[in-house]
Design a protein around this ligand. Sequence first.
Ligand code: AMP
Ligand code: MG
Length: 283
Amino acid sequence: MNIKKYKVKDQNFKLNEFATAYKGKSLSKEEAEIQLALNIEKMMTLQDQLYAQNKYALFLVLQGMDTSGKDGLIKHVMKGLNPQGVEVYSFKQPSPLELSHDYLWRIHQHIPARGKIGIFNRSYYEDVLVVKVHKLLNQLPEALITENIWQERYQDIQHFEKYLGNNGIIPLKIFLHISKEEQSKRLLARLDNKNKKWKFSEADMKERAYWQDYQQAYEEAISGTATPSSPWYIVPGDQKWYARLVVSQILVETLEKLKLTYPIITKEQEACLEQYREELKKS
Ligand code: AMP
Ligand code: MG
């Protein structure tokens, strides 16, 4: 699989030039599941090295419209990883305390520590998406709410991600791209399945009415924040099995680029370890 075609290359990015569905013939669902399992195995080793080396961290930002499959993807792609090395955090509507701070305040405490993989189910990108679509800026001084505010936020986000990257904390951003028709199917499926009815929310219906505004907000936010060191990938989301495979591939390749290794044992350390071996044999 070539993931390059899903990577945003420049700031002239157009969301509608990216597919929401896999239309190829070469990959079946069954084959994709086999490949996903292989990628999960690779990730297990890479994660083990990341943890042992304790220098880098990776954080995956998962964004997408309601029903785009964020929760399922986390469940299916991250299974098999060592839970001690993974931290998943879902960002919901900010609390009054969170709103009384700058919007990255609540984020920073969940940025993964070295050796760990952090997964953000939604993120600070909501502050240039839902906040933009619904104009939720009441807590700010009026003088700061100008027509430049979104460009300023894209710049701030770029700097924030660059800063983290300079610290060995590597950002990776995924947009799960589904069609409006697919969302309707998935919402209907929730109504049809008694075990899924609980997932249906009135809020999803309300947000669906703003579909176009969200697509535009995503396009602008992604254009404004896709950089070589902090890339965005637009993953076709209409077939969940395909999206899961693509994301697993992106994760594997991103981790491989870090050239992770287990900590090197020096000759002196080796000699010490041999002494311990002898002691253990005697005791
Ligand atoms: P869900 O992902 O379905 O659990 O819903 C979480 C909700 O929280 C979504 O509707 C998000 O748009 C909303 N949300 C997340 N972050 C923010 C934010 N910074 N401001 C306003 N709403 C947010
Ligand atoms: Mg929701």
